[in-house]
Design a binder for this molecule. Structure first.
Ligand code: AMP
Length: 265
């Protein structure tokens, strides 16, 4: 494989269809290293539904342009065989991988950790940047890096939103204008929860806000301890609201630190 890189490398793994959220990760990567690799690989192992995999949006030319103008020095679009020359050793995401997103997307986090580990093996980055938007993913990658003692500095990047507050996502392009506006209600609900100063009120505000979103099919809306992923039991933990659901068959996920509850961060 032709990956002549100038180390140290900062890696930004993506599945393509890049948007301003990805661009922000690339800009953060650039602050850490001159050589910034953006990988674009839609990993079949993390898709439960083959239609979802085959219909995942693709825009390689526009991606290259956005990545380059954001600071990428290499846009790497490996083939399946490059990533998985042999049967991959599947990395188990364990109990936490079966919660929340894992309930609704069986095997998703095992596939995600497996590809991230392969990308790390192939690129050998010193830094890797991931978005807080996929909070459970970030949590599991942090844990994998710690458990395997990988010599990689993980950098987490804040969620970039559109004007309605909707967290940017490659899948949003499938929403109509009205659906996008409605989806902005997720951010409103998260803010409503965050305006509460006790956990019970935060939970009820979150539910109230989410139920107000037209045509939103809820999977979960919970407040967890962001350090353990257990449901928050008191407001002295690192409380974080996490939400996922569907609008017209498009999956939307989001989260927010509950900064008014205890020592949240
Ligand atoms: P994806 O292409 O969806 O696999 O995402 C690649 C990386 O971009 C992941 O680390 C995501 O968490 C991150 N990301 C996706 N959307 C956003 C966003 N709206 N703001 C910041 N980071 C994001």
């Amino acid at each position: 494989m032709d990956l002549e890189l100038k180390h140290p490398v900062a890696l930004v793994p993506t599945m393509g269809a890049l948007h301003a959220g990805h661009a922000s990760l690339i800009k953060i990567a650039k602050k850490h290293s001159e050589e910034v690799v953006v990988s674009i690989f839609v990993n079949p192992l993390q898709f439960e539904n083959p239609n979802d995999f085959s219909s995942y949006p693709k825009s390689v030319n526009a991606d290259s342009e956005l990545a380059t103008t954001s600071g990428a020095t290499k846009i790497w679009t490996p083939t399946f065989e490059e990533i998985y020359p042999n049967d991959p050793e599947i990395i188990a995401s364990g109990e936490i991988g079966n919660l929340f997103e894992g309930v609704h997307r069986f095997g998703h986090f095992d596939g995600m950790l497996t590809v991230v580990k392969r990308l790390f093996d192939l690129v050998q980055p010193k830094f890797a940047v991931f978005g807080e938007k996929d909070f459970q993913q970030l949590f599991l990658i942090k844990r994998m890096v710690a458990q395997m003692q990988l010599p990689i500095e993980l950098i987490s990047a804040p969620t970039i939103r559109d004007s309605s507050g909707l967290a940017m996502s490659s899948r949003n392009q499938k929403l109509s204008i009205t659906e996008r506006e409605n989806a902005g209600g997720i951010y409103k609900a998260l803010n409503l929860a965050n305006s509460a100063s006790d956990l019970t009120t935060a939970r009820s505000q979150l539910t109230k806000g989410i139920l107000a979103i037209p045509n939103f099919l809820l999977d979960y809306a919970e407040i967890i301890d962001g350090e353990s992923f257990a449901l928050a039991e008191d407001s002295t933990v690192n409380c974080r609201a996490i939400v996922a659901g569907w609008i017209n068959g498009i999956r939307l996920i989001d989260n927010m630190a509950m900064s008014n509850l205890g020592n949240s961060k």
